[in-house]
Write a protein that binds this ligand. Structure first.
Ligand code: HEM
Length: 115
């Protein structure tokens, strides 16, 4: 999920901006995950980053109910692929993106697998 939205229920101040009840705020999850004020090397894809607290699955009372399942699925897929194939190479330089904004992602990612 790339972005999300919230409606203010009471007056609040966020990042110096005053919010009144009813104001709608769009929050960029992907932006928070690479916030240079939070991560010194925010633009680096570092899967071993120790001090990490991504908000990819949201937070608070609406934290993703499927987070554990999604993480497990990812672990099974990547562990199985890496166990079975020694190299996994993308066969296109610029994969095609889906024409969506909120659920951003690729339409496909053709790869070449070698045992
Ligand atoms: C990589 C996969 C996934 C990502 C990145 C993701 C991301 C998110 C995010 C950011 C939210 C918070 C929405 C908000 O705060 O308004 C959310 C909520 C939710 N997700 Fe996921 N999700 C994933 C997979 C799943 C799966 C597999 C399920 C179910 C099997 C699921 C079920 C839900 C439900 C029911 C909520 C609503 C929770 C609530 O509002 O209390 N998600 N998800």
């Amino acid at each position: 999920m790339q972005l999300n939205g919230r409606t203010a229920l009471e007056p609040a101040e966020v990042a110096g901006e005053r919010l009144e009840p009813g104001d709608f705020v769009t929050v960029l999850i992907a932006g928070a995950n690479r916030d240079p004020a939070r991560f010194p090397d925010a633009e680096v894809l570092d899967i071993g980053r120790a001090d990490n607290a991504p908000v990819s699955f949201g937070s608070g009372i609406h934290h993703c109910l499927g987070a554990a399942l999604a993480r497990m699925e990812g672990e099974v897929v990547f562990t199985s692929l890496l166990r079975r194939f020694s190299t996994i190479e993308a066969t296109v330089d610029e994969p095609e993106r889906r024409p969506t904004l909120v659920l951003r992602g690729l339409a496909s990612l053709p790869v070449r697998l070698a045992a």
